[in-house]
Write a protein that binds this ligand. Structure first.
Ligand SMILES: Nc1nc2c(c(=O)[nH]1)N[C@H]1C(S)=C(S)[C@@H](COP(=O)(O)O)O[C@H]1N2
Ligand SMILES: [Mo]
Length: 306
């Protein structure tokens, strides 16, 4: 599910999730273009114009998406990031573009993304801790930025580094992880159209606790692949070391594809709790995105390369 959406929709226009969903679907069903979404038009509670996917996904309420987070730079409790991330200053924000690109340089974030129109992508979001959400992200397919950077022929991996600033990110005053947080993708994963550089959710700028002003979202992988508050994007010839793989190589592999058949050493990955629901759901291979992404891993043993 994908609609285009202009980047700066005032918060006042989007109040409550059911209205948001219903109005958006009404507009699309009625044949209004993306530009109409967010405008002052009527809404109705008509039937959904498309199926919700295999498990009848409903959007997770904004309060849960922005109130139940993993962002260890602001504490290890699920409610710590919402409480503590107010110290993060997200403008001005510099992003260093480094490695195997035509012109390595530091860019102001707004300049780096200028002319790349954000799109809305509703994705299932699955944490390795076996909970999940359904999130309407606003972002730019990473491949479109990579094209703009003109990679060299040696570029095989893309690495993402989170801000390191213990004054703004008090969790970094403790050595819980090897700071700064680093994640990486193989180039074909990075260029896949589902892979998003996210700048917002629910049509609003990204809350700090969700990784403002720029974070990665790779919907067929466990959430930890999605590094937050990114200050460096580096294109590399060799696979880089990544934070969770360094922290616990037996528990967190480089690939981190959602695979219900490969348990975490300390718990099962067969089922998941959708935030807000009581009964657990079956976890789907590649988080339900197998038709789009399984071919990326043809010939790879996904038990060894977990
Ligand atoms: N910099 C940074 N990025 C991070 C994390 C983190 O602790 N630090 N946690 C990861 C994990 S484990 C998950 S599940 C997702 C959670 O994203 P959300 O809080 O937007 O749901 O962020 C990922 N990105
Ligand atoms: Mo996670």
């Amino acid at each position: 599910m994908l609609i285009n959406r202009p980047p700066d929709i005032p918060t006042s226009e989007i109040t409550e999730e059911s209205l948001y969903t219903t109005r958006r679907e009404f507009l699309l069903a009625a044949g209004f273009g993306a530009a109409a979404v967010g405008g002052l038009l009527p809404f109705s509670r008509t039937a959904l114009p498309w199926g919700r996917g295999p498990d009848d996904d409903k959007l997770t309420p904004f309060e849960d998406i922005a109130g139940y987070n993993n962002f260890y730079e602001f504490g290890t409790g699920k409610d710590d990031p919402a409480r503590n991330a107010g110290t993060l200053r997200t403008r001005p924000w510099k992003v260093e573009i480094a490695g195997e690109v035509a012109t390595p340089a530091a860019y102001d974030l707004d300049d780096l993304l200028r002319g790349l129109t954000p799109e809305e992508h509703v994705y299932r979001h699955r944490c390795v801790e076996a909970w999940s959400m359904v999130v309407p992200w606003l972002g730019i397919p990473l491949g479109r930025l990579i094209d703009r950077l003109e990679p060299t022929s040696r570029a095989k991996y893309v690495e993402f580094t989170t801000l390191f600033d213990p004054a703004q990110m008090p969790g970094q005053q403790r050595g819980i992880l090897d700071w700064p947080y680093v994640e990486a993708l193989r180039m074909d994963e990075a260029r896949h159209p589902l892979t998003l550089l996210v700048t917002g959710l629910y049509g609003k700028p990204l809350p700090n606790q969700n990784g403002a002003p720029l974070r990665l979202v790779v919907p067929w992988k466990y959430g930890f692949k999605g590094g937050k508050s990114i200050v460096r994007i580096r294109l590399l010839e060799r696979q880089p070391a990544t934070t969770w793989n360094i922290a616990a190589p037996d528990e967190y592999g480089f690939y981190a594809n959602v695979n219900p058949e490969v348990d975490h050493p300390r718990w099962s990955q067969a089922r998941e709790r959708r935030i807000g629901e009581f009964f657990k759901r079956k976890t789907l291979p590649f988080n339900g995105y197998a038709p789009q992404v399984a071919s990326l891993y043809a010939g790879l043993d996904l038990r060894k390369n977990f």
